[in-house]
Design a protein around this ligand. Structure first.
Ligand SMILES: Cc1cc2nc3c(=O)[nH]c(=O)nc-3n(C[C@H](O)[C@H](O)[C@H](O)COP(=O)(O)O)c2cc1C
Length: 323
């Protein structure tokens, strides 16, 4: 079970706090480092993006992919050579980012529509990087017409695995991810396929393994909503019927206490000011309370906090009431 790369979330301190609080995730990823088109890439910047002190920790280095985003004109080879010198064991290429700015600069999901540019980039990376090299894609840019060509290209160019967010770029986050593409990819390609998109609950995890037989699954928004999802899956897989809603809501209240405690501890160690910590905490509230009947009211209280102290007081009251 892989904790998905998420910009503004999965930096070093966040990954460390999650490992300490809910360490049942098998694998993590940095959010994307954007390789510049102009100027040199510096080792210091690469290390900073990963989080220098975490790089030295084996618990991080053996189970974290370094993700980056590039384009045909960016300094890809230079960046990859530096990454190789630093001895990273796994890099992941972001081919799913739907941002207009990124796509207009011919990066992210745009490359799914330009196989020639994509092949050149992939071959360049493969030539320079000897360790694990995976790609993270959507099922296409405007539509799915190149889906199988893309799978073939990755296999022909020696990529080691493919994560598939089963939506096109134009679908952004609309509707529900179509897992039938995961199933098709597993049948079509000999590469390990990692399933991603709308895997929210342990029932979903059981279902996607049954239906599609992926190599692994990756959780993004669901990991933000339930950072302990890997732990409950590992304990209750195949037995989702045994868990009541009531149990899950109680567990949520207890675990949120631990979640914010470990995050604050790590952010402070890393030197984040309180205002940044509060801003992040508020952003993390996006999905956390969705399962409670009065979730808007609960979330509203947290979002109106002016200071970290106030946020933590609301948390104490919440935990007391719901656990
Ligand atoms: C806040 C946020 C930031 C994200 N940042 C990245 C990123 O840096 N790299 C990436 O490949 N995907 C990024 N994604 C996409 C997720 O990794 C994932 O592919 C997508 O959310 C679909 O999975 P889900 O349905 O489990 O959320 C981001 C998603 C969210 C919600």
């Amino acid at each position: 079970m892989i904790f998905a790369p998420m910009e503004g979330v999965t930096d070093g301190p966040y990954r460390e706090a999650i490992q300490r609080a809910f360490g049942d995730w098998d694998y993590y990823s940095t959010d994307f480092y954007r390789i510049p088109s102009v100027g040199n890439v510096h080792t210091k910047t690469l290390v900073k993006h990963y989080g220098e002190e975490y790089l030295k920790k084996k618990s991080h280095s053996i189970k974290t992919a370094y993700q980056f985003l590039t384009s045909e004109i960016a300094q890809t080879k230079q960046a990859i050579n530096l990454i190789s010198e630093l001895n990273y064991h796994h890099i992941d290429l972001n081919l799913g980012c739907p941002s207009k700015k990124v796509n207009s600069n011919k990066g992210g999901a745009y490359l799914l529509s330009d196989l020639k540019a994509l092949e050149k980039i992939i071959r360049d990376i493969r030539e320079s990087f000897q360790n694990v090299f995976t790609v993270k894609i959507r099922i296409g840019y405007r539509d799915d017409s190149l889906f199988f060509d893309l799978l073939n290209l990755f296999e022909d160019c020696g990529v080691d695995g493919i994560t598939i967010h089963a939506r096109t770029r134009d679908q952004l986050y609309k509707g529900v991810a179509d897992w039938s593409y995961i199933e098709k990819a597993v049948k079509h390609s000999s590469l390990p396929i990692i399933a991603n998109g709308d895997i929210w609950t342990i029932e979903d995890i059981d279902r996607i393994y049954d239906q599609c037989d992926p190599y692994a699954i990756m959780c993004g928004r669901s990991a933000l909503k339930t950072p302990w999802l890997a732990s409950i899956y590992k304990e209750y897989q195949g037995r989702a019927d045994f868990i009541s809603e009531e149990f899950l809501l109680k567990l949520r209240a207890q675990n949120l206490d631990l979640y914010f405690y470990e995050l604050e501890k790590e952010y402070r160690k890393f030197g984040y000011p309180e205002s940044t910590i509060l801003k992040r905490f508020k952003a993390f509230c996006r999905y956390l309370f969705d399962d409670y009947e009065n979730f808007e009211l609960i979330r509203g209280k947290f979002l109106r906090s002016q200071e970290l102290r106030e946020f933590k007081d609301h948390l104490d009251q919440f935990v007391h009431r719901y656990s």
